[in-house]
Design a protein around this ligand. Structure first.
Ligand code: COA
Length: 389
């Protein structure tokens, strides 16, 4: 880590930027917990909506509260025909993360009466975002393929309904259960880049749709959520187990990052990667093997030997792509699915930020020119070239 004498830390590494009671990482021991509950327990025993409730309101719901919450989310699944029309105007070749960012922001136009000190408003915004993000995402996917969006099905639980809206087929219960567990695993992860973005936006007291839209934009980058797409492309590029060592040699000597490896917080294998690996194996047992999984395992073994001493091990993105592919989710929807799940964490941080708000306004170390006189146009010569075009 480079630390300038001024205390400036590039990337804010190790700098506490908020207090939060939502989740916790022990990066040395590979432990992640939401509100004190270990991620292994939540992935195995909770559901995405129950976990979202826990993250946002701080405690596990009792049966009645969970039933009400599930019902309310279900009631908000449909979107206005205007949103569907808007999605039809988006270029079919555009990335679904951009479509999601734009459509999340557009909800602010439809639900404009901001009342941030009203618990009912907060609950309503939470329902709407959790309910409508899957519908908008699936609708964009259908529209870009030239098909009509599939209406949500009220009899299907959250995860099954999303898979149904993508394929018009009711998913196998095991596939739906595994997808739901993936959503739990991706729901929250302390103050990562997109969550920080959400909190900064929230701190201006703007509406929650802008908060989520800004976080979606931040998650889209390849160093954050976009890595899961790149992992599959990388595995395809490697092609077979016997190519792994050459690939790694080339990557290390070219100082190229191995996608799906490394994490600012974890210095051991990300616990979510271990759980996802188990889920991938369950899926392969049931629905057939994927030979890219063998390439991934070999890469993990070799890369852990070579990069492990620097604390670089598989992160959440390493196995998630293989799971999503087996579930029939198209590659460019991997990051949007991550966003769909992470919306729960962003909303929890939005609510927490509102509870003790102070606008984010860090400082900077100025490195530009010292004060100078303004030159009239005719006195300037060509030694300060600025690229044109
Ligand atoms: N492959 C190879 N080397 C890696 C690496 C990777 N995936 N991740 C980090 N490193 C190396 C860097 O080259 C650097 O080495 P150096 O000290 O010799 O220069 C060192 O580890 C620190 O890397 P840095 O990029 O500064 O760490 P960071 O904390 O800023 O970044 C990530 C964390 C996640 C952005 C980074 O590990 C990465 O880009 N990983 C690949 C993308 C990815 O999987 N992202 C998903 C994150 S969940």
């Amino acid at each position: 880590m480079s630390v300038a004498p001024t205390g400036f830390r590039p990337g804010l590494e190790g700098v506490p930027a908020t207090q939060s009671a939502i989740s916790n990482i022990d990066g040395q021991r590979g432990i992640l917990s939401y509100r004190g509950y270990r991620i292994e327990d939540l992935a195995a025993r909770s559901s995405f909506l129950e976990t979202a409730y826990l993250l946002i309101w701080g405690e596990l719901p009792d049966p009645e509260k969970l039933r009400d919450f599930q019902y309310d989310v279900q009631m908000h699944r449909r979107v206005s025909f205007r949103i569907r029309d808007m999605l039809k105007c988006f270029p079919a070749s555009g990335h679904p993360m951009d479509a999601l960012q734009a459509s999340a922001a557009s909800l602010g136009l439809f639900y404009a009466n901001r009342a941030l000190d009203d618990e009912d408003y907060i609950r309503g915004a939470v329902m709407r975002l959790l309910a409508k993000i899957p519908t908008m995402l699936a609708a964009f996917h259908m529209i870009r393929r030239g098909q009509d969006p599939i209406q949500p099905r009220d009899d299907l639980p959250y995860a099954s309904n999303f898979l149904y809206m993508l394929t018009e087929r009711e998913p196998d219960p095991l596939a739906a259960r595994i997808f739901d567990a993936c959503l739990v695993l991706h729901a929250e992860h302390t103050l990562n880049a997109s969550t920080f973005s959400a909190r900064v936006t929230a701190s201006t007291l703007t509406d929650p749709y802008a908060v989520v839209a800004s976080a979606v934009g931040t998650l889209a980058g390849p160093l954050h959520g976009g890595a899961n797409e790149d992992v599959l492309l990388m595995l395809e590029e490697i092609g077979s187990e016997d190519r792994v060592e050459d690939f790694l040699d080339e990557a290390i000597s070219a100082r190229r990052k191995v996608m799906g490896f490394g994490h600012r917080e974890y210095k051991v294998k990300d616990p979510r990667a271990s759980i996802l690996q188990g889920l991938a194996e369950n899926l392969f047992d049931r629905f057939g093997h994927d030979k890219m999984y063998d390439v991934a395992c070999r890469l993990e073994a070799v890369a852990s030997e070579r990069l492990g001493p620097k604390g670089i091990y598989p992160n959440v993105d390493f196995y998630s792509g293989l799971v999503y592919r087996k579930l029939g989710i198209p590659t460019d929807l991997f990051t949007p699915v991550f966003a769909l799940a992470r919306a729960a964490g962003w909303l929890a941080h939005w609510k927490e930020q509102l509870g003790a708000n102070r606008i984010y306004r860090p400082t900077q170390l100025y490195t530009g020119a010292s004060e100078r006189d303004w030159l009239p146009l005719e006195q300037r010569c060509g030694d300060n070239e600025v690229p044109t075009g």
